[in-house]
Design a protein around this ligand. Sequence first.
Ligand SMILES: NC(=O)C1=CN([C@@H]2O[C@H](COP(=O)(O)OP(=O)(O)OC[C@H]3O[C@@H](n4cnc5c(N)ncnc54)[C@H](O)[C@@H]3O)[C@@H](O)[C@H]2O)[C@@H](O)CC1
Ligand SMILES: Nc1ncnc2c1ncn2[C@@H]1O[C@H](COP(=O)(O)OP(=O)(O)O)[C@@H](O)[C@H]1O
Ligand SMILES: [K+]
Length: 485
Amino acid sequence: MVKVDRDAAVSGISSFGLMRAAGHAVAASALRHYPEATRFVCLCGLGNNGGDALIAAAALAGSGARVAVYLMGDPARFTGDAARAFAAVSIPHQPLDTYVPTIGDVVIDGLFGAGLSRAVSSDVAALMRTVTDLTLPVIAIDLPSGVDGRSGQVLGESFQAAQTVTFMTRKPGHLLLPGRTLCGVLQVINIGIPARIVTSHRASLVENTAALWHKAVQVLDPAAHKYRRGHLIVFSGAAPSSGAARMSATAGLSAGAGLVTMVAPTEALPTLAAHLTAIMLRPVDTDEMLSDLVKDTRLNAFVLGPGFGAPDRARRYVAALSDRSLVLDADGITAFRDDPQFLFAAFRGPVRLVLTPHDGEFSRLFPDLAADTALSKIDRATIAAERSNAVIILKGSDTVISEPNGRVAINANAPPWLATAGSGDVLAGIVGAHLAQGMPPFEAATSAVWRHGVAGNKAGEGMTAENLLRAIRPLPRMPSSLARP
Ligand SMILES: NC(=O)C1=CN([C@@H]2O[C@H](COP(=O)(O)OP(=O)(O)OC[C@H]3O[C@@H](n4cnc5c(N)ncnc54)[C@H](O)[C@@H]3O)[C@@H](O)[C@H]2O)[C@@H](O)CC1
Ligand SMILES: Nc1ncnc2c1ncn2[C@@H]1O[C@H](COP(=O)(O)OP(=O)(O)O)[C@@H](O)[C@H]1O
Ligand SMILES: [K+]
């Protein structure tokens, strides 16, 4: 946004005009959401976030509302547009430390926005806690103060906003946890910067929507046959833990792989056969049997890990699959905890590995990245993708998907009830189906995470992973079907 602002200024757009538009948008939101407020309390830092709050205060006062303004520091230190706003706005103001939060107040939070660079001071943190304890509604300008817009992390303490009004586009801190929750309801307001300037700086970090992958979705022509839709192989572990892989396989078939074969130890076949119908079975007990299997080049993609157990065997099988498209999940990831470099070295060259770790599994392959609290989830996924030469799906409610050349997507459509046993197995199967259909790994992964979220919303709260399987829907092939649930 700093670059966007700079280009907007170069193209002749008045930066003070943008601040005025921002402040008016905040005032409009305050009046719309809290017509019953006893008073609006505008808390102003000394940066442009405070400038926005001063404009909002003037607009609210101009509309007849009762307004109080508290400044964090000496107003002589205002510079640039914020100084101009201070000069233009003639509202009485008081020092921030004299503010006594009172029931009936609606707080307009203009302390810090994009410029937050260190933990908030202890007095500000104490004020934030008092406002939270009194459950006063907070309208955050750009970001709840205390939330780092780059990472979504809280620096010291933050407001819990009821509403957040941001400008032009969402930033990572609006989508990543805990920032996303602290924003409350997010409004993105166009303050008049041309879209071409915003998109020219979008760089490689985007929200995961159909725009990212719709062109890679397989189009079924009337002459399609099952082999054209891809043949997916899912590895099963021993019989008692074969449910996870069955869910991956069923998800793969529902997600559109033309054929799915489960490969399993002979002892597990009766159990699998009792549960499966459309999915084929093939016994593999030894490395020789596996090398026979993988001679078939029509097998387009493999999923290994859910319920697999057997770390030694997992490592040998993965080595035998290193020139194929592979989704490595769960036990398949954990199998490499003592020697992640072996895995990464095996998959050099064109990207063909998709890793689907939750945080725990991530820390087994990338312990240094997991331990580094200075890294955001985006940083961790990006470095991990470069290091492993794999597409990384770093799961959670704010799943981040990254690829080795630096593209990163943040997913935002997942409902919290996806946190249920087996839901990750379903995701692995969907990714496998997309790879089997020939989607490039990053597109296969991003579209699978999105589709998993749509299925979760469709299945609804209280769903189990079985319900999720039945809620898998076709992928949109047009960017116009972007609408998020
Ligand atoms: N295109 C846009 O997005 C626009 C953004 N505007 C506003 O401009 C804001 C960014 O303005 P600034 O860059 O001035 O940044 P801020 O207003 O967020 O704060 C910056 C100041 O606070 C200081 N600071 C940082 N962390 C601190 C801490 N923990 N304790 C005490 N002081 C701290 C910084 O040194 C800096 O002086 C946005 O968040 C938004 O509200 C608007 O004015 C209009 C246009
Ligand atoms: N709070 C949450 N909100 C939304 N999605 C979640 C949440 N917690 C987990 N998920 C998603 O649910 C899935 C869980 O996968 P995983 O942890 O591997 O579980 P399992 O091994 O039981 O299948 C992942 O896709 C993850 O992104
Ligand atoms: K703020």
